[in-house]
Design a protein around this ligand. Structure first.
Ligand SMILES: Cc1cc2nc3c(=O)[nH]c(=O)nc-3n(C[C@H](O)[C@H](O)[C@H](O)COP(=O)(O)OP(=O)(O)OC[C@H]3O[C@@H](n4cnc5c(N)ncnc54)[C@H](O)[C@@H]3O)c2cc1C
Length: 419
């Protein structure tokens, strides 16, 4: 679930900037100039926050509730930055403020830099929001946004009212933000955000129904993770390009690391068709805060298709005597599609606190709130819900649970995409 601490920090930063800007606005600025220049600053700060969120720093996972949430906020902050920058551009008076020397101003590229930055920012926003553009094509274009950041720094550093005539107090905040933002950008672009990659050897590649399980043997230290966390898997060799995120489906006390990958696109198909035992893999992580341990005693786990993987790790890790009462609802298209069903049935039989409810849509059985309401021994609002699966299934269940009076703080979801 999205944690509010990070959101409050962003709002606090913007509010602080706005107050400083308004309190120390240059005297010759009319209210329109003051307001629109302030929006330009807000746009830059939002961009800085967005860059900061792409550093994947562990501390921010706690502030925002996991890396997937950090990327969501990264996207929203980027979108707001573009919108605010547009209002700034159209609203800011085009004539020079009183006292600014036009000749000196013509020598600095503030205007063209800002214009170029804005064009890239808006195009970047369009590309980011266009789901039809494939991830592999979108990703390199998105990296261009780093360049936009430098254009915007150039824009405000050469703007007349920041440095030439009056050195504004809010300008100082922007300069500090620029230092931090550039450091964060270099940190993520040059790979320092990748945390220590742990080396593994592929021991097994198991073809399952529409998915592939890879079993990895550590060549050094084993990855230390909690059930439900994920990691970036980087396969060494030609044509494997960048690391892809996958939930760890093994339990933390196993001496092997397992990932279960649904065949979705080029990379996952290559895994199924070409990956061979003996190959080298680097695993970066762990990330994620899809944690069921700290939640209430009555829990409903809702898995849709490959969304089973975080729960698989949790079930594999569970010990007899666990005080929680867990209902695991596993929705798949058909029985054949339900990977690891037999293992789950065996675990549910072993563990007295776990009830497994497999549902197959080809038999007309879907994960539905009205069904849960009938079958569960206690009222729906007594349970805490953990869901992972296709977006339409998750949003439908969330809406229905809310209608039944289940508080948002009792619903936890894991998204299998960052974009
Ligand atoms: C936190 C998290 C956990 C996940 N756990 C699992 C899992 O346990 N099992 C599973 O089958 N899938 C999981 N996924 C999804 C998996 O990462 C994608 O299915 C896979 O990367 C698809 O790659 P592709 O090139 O084959 O397909 P494509 O068709 O190229 O990509 C399909 C989608 O996968 C995502 N994606 C692709 N490449 C990347 C990348 N390098 N980095 C981030 N996202 C990318 C994008 O949303 C894209 O739209 C998880 C995703 C996330 C974010």
């Amino acid at each position: 679930m999205l944690q509010k601490k990070g959101i409050y920090a962003i709002i606090g930063l913007i509010a602080f900037f706005a107050v400083v800007h308004l309190a120390f606005a240059p005297e010759q600025h009319d209210p329109r100039t003051t307001g629109t220049v302030m929006l330009g600053g807000v746009a830059f700060l939002l961009m800085t926050c967005s860059i900061f969120l792409s550093t994947r720093l562990a501390v921010f996972e706690d502030w925002f509730g996991g890396l997937d949430r950090m990327y969501q906020v990264h996207r929203v902050a980027g979108a707001f930055a573009a919108l605010t920058a547009l209002v700034h551009f159209f609203g800011v008076p085009k004539e020079l403020a009183t006292g600014v020397d036009p000749v000196a101003n013509a020598l600095v590229p503030s205007g063209p830099l800002g214009m170029l930055g804005l064009i890239f920012l808006v195009v970047g926003l369009f590309v980011a929001l266009n789901r039809k553009i494939r991830y592999s094509r979108w990703r390199p274009t998105h990296k261009v946004m780093g360049l936009v950041y430098f254009l915007i720094i150039g824009h405000f550093m050469t703007a007349p009212d920041v440095f030439f005539d009056q050195f504004s107090a809010s300008g100082v905040i922007l300069i500090i933000a620029a230092f931090i933002g550039v450091t964060a950008l270099l940190y993520s672009v040059f790979g320092m955000n990748k945390r220590t990659a742990l080396p593994f050897i592929i021991e097994e590649v198991n073809a399952l129904e529409r998915a592939t399980e890879i079993v990895l043997k550590p060549t050094g230290k084993m990855l230390d993770f909690r059930p439900g966390q994920f990691a970036f898997v980087e396969i060494e060799g030609k044509g494997w390009d960048e690391p892809h995120p996958f939930t760890i489906s093994s339990a933390p006390d196993e001496d092997r690391l397992r990932f279960t990958m649904k065949v979705l696109g080029d990379w996952t198909r290559k895994v199924r068709e070409e990956l061979q035992p003996g190959g080298k893999v680097n695993v970066r992580g762990p990330y994620g805060r899809f944690d069921t341990m700290g939640a209430g005693k009555k829990q409903i786990w809702l898995a849709g298709g490959i969304g089973l993987t975080p729960f698989l790790s949790k079930i594999r890790a569970m010990k007899e005597g666990d005080p929680r009462q867990i209902h695991l609802v596993y929705a798949a298209r058909e029985k054949q599609d339900a990977i690891f069903l037999e293992e789950l049935q065996a675990r549910a039989a072993e563990l007295s606190n776990v009830t497994l409810v497999p549902l197959f849509s080809d038999e007309g059985n879907f994960a539905r709130v009205d069904m849960m309401k009938q079958k569960l021994p206690d009222p729906l609002s007594d349970y805490e819900y953990f869901m992972c699966g296709p977006t339409p299934m998750i949003s439908g269940l969330m809406a229905d649970l809310k209608k039944e009076g289940v508080g948002r703080n009792k619903i936890h979801t894991e998204a299998f995409e960052f974009r």
